[in-house]
Design a protein around this ligand. Structure first.
Ligand SMILES: Nc1ncnc2c1ncn2[C@@H]1O[C@H](COP(=O)(O)OP(=O)(O)OP(=O)(O)O)[C@@H](O)[C@H]1O
Ligand SMILES: [Mg+2]
Length: 333
């Protein structure tokens, strides 16, 4: 299985090898003889270097969150391996897993659902410190919480307030402060700005970027909004129906997309340069997202692909180099 590395010789912080996640989905057939599985993630491989942001994009249900949750060991793997900071973490359990979790944190999409309304900001941000035994009493956390609030651009006195007092953007800053409380090396931001007002998305993304520059954190940034993903990512992986169909540097992906699915995703995004906007080809995808209980054979995109030929439904294209580290899984490009 080919990886999706940036070609750097040093050990990446995160390495995913041939990851497959299938969820049991009941039985089918007259006698219930066929066991069904939802094929959420299939044979996914990639690496994330230290201090790098890998953007992960693709339409709803393509397996982005499941991939992230598998890396964080929050969902059982069907097969594949996960390495983190040079260690194989695929099977770690118990106390070792608990310790490992300090180094990998998650920022969720919905800043309203993710903050407990009954807790003050101090308790919310300090909770991971208490859970992991870094502090014994809440009072001990005040200095650290003040520092974290400052880091995310909020006044320290906000620690004594409750979440209802804050806007969506402020809540997401609080979530980010919480995720950073244990000084993780790796943060998964799962659509962290999708639920926010368009006008404040850029502020939160810029904040994540500043934090990366200051602390050297590595991000997996999941998103729908391709302009947001472009802004923050060094490299981008495009997922379709559980598979990575293309991966490359941000500029390669945006300026020279190889996979018809990537091209279609991008053709929906307006380009600020009117000359390019006027002359470019628009590709629309027709048809429905495939049934992941019975994913299509060959290339999973062939049922919707505007340029598919017979081979595409028979043989699965490998994720192969199209230009150095820029890889795509397509027979035709
Ligand atoms: N715990 C679970 N049990 C069963 N099926 C699941 C589970 N979690 C996810 N799925 C299914 O796996 C597929 C991939 O879901 P996932 O949440 O990873 O997609 P996503 O790309 O993050 O989508 P979105 O953009 O909507 O967040 C979907 O069909 C989803 O319904
Ligand atoms: Mg998701």
């Amino acid at each position: 299985m080919q990886g999706a590395s940036s070609g750097n010789g040093s050990e990446p912080l995160v390495r995913v090898d041939d990851l497959t996640v299938r969820f049991p989905a009941g039985r089918a057939g007259f006698w219930g003889q066929e066991k069904l599985f939802l094929h959420a993630v299939e044979g996914v491989s990639f690496e994330i270097e230290r201090g790098e942001t890998l953007g992960l994009v693709g339409e709803s249900g393509c397996g982005k969150s499941t991939t992230a949750r598998a890396i964080l060991r929050r969902v059982p793997l069907t097969s594949g391996r996960i390495r983190f900071a040079g260690q194989d973490i695929t099977e770690v359990e118990g106390e070792t897993l608990r310790q490992l979790r300090k180094g990998m944190q998650l920022v969720f999409q919905d800043p309203y659902a993710s903050l407990n309304p009954r807790l003050r900001v101090l308790e919310i941000i300090a909770e991971p410190l208490l859970v992991h035994g870094e502090i014994k009493k809440l009072r001990e956390a005040e200095d650290r919480v003040a520092e974290l609030l400052e880091l995310v651009g909020l006044p320290p006195e906000y620690m004594f307030r409750y979440p209802h007092a804050f806007s969506g953007g402020q809540r997401q800053r609080i979530n980010i402060a919480r995720a950073l409380s244990l000084e993780p090396d790796f943060v998964v931001a799962d659509e962290p700005v999708s639920a926010l007002d368009v006008s404040i998305r850029a502020q939160v993304v810029n904040l994540l970027q500043d934090i990366q520059e200051r602390l050297g954190i590595t991000y997996l940034f999941i998103g729908h909004d391709l302009s947001v993903v472009r802004h923050i990512s060094h490299r981008i992986a495009v997922m379709y129906a559980g598979k990575i169909v293309e991966v490359g540097t941000r500029d390669e992906i945006y300026e020279n997309p190889k996979h018809p699915y990537t091209q279609a995703l991008l053709s929906a995004v307006p380009i600020p340069d009117p000359r390019i906007e006027a002359t470019r080809k628009r590709i629309s995808i027709s048809g429905a997202f495939p049934d992941l209980l019975r994913p299509p054979g060959g290339c999973r995109f062939h049922t919707r692909c505007p340029i598919a030929v017979e081979r595409c439904s028979d043989e699965e294209p490998p994720l192969e180099s199209k230009n150095g580290a820029h890889r795509a899984a397509c027979w035709l490009t």
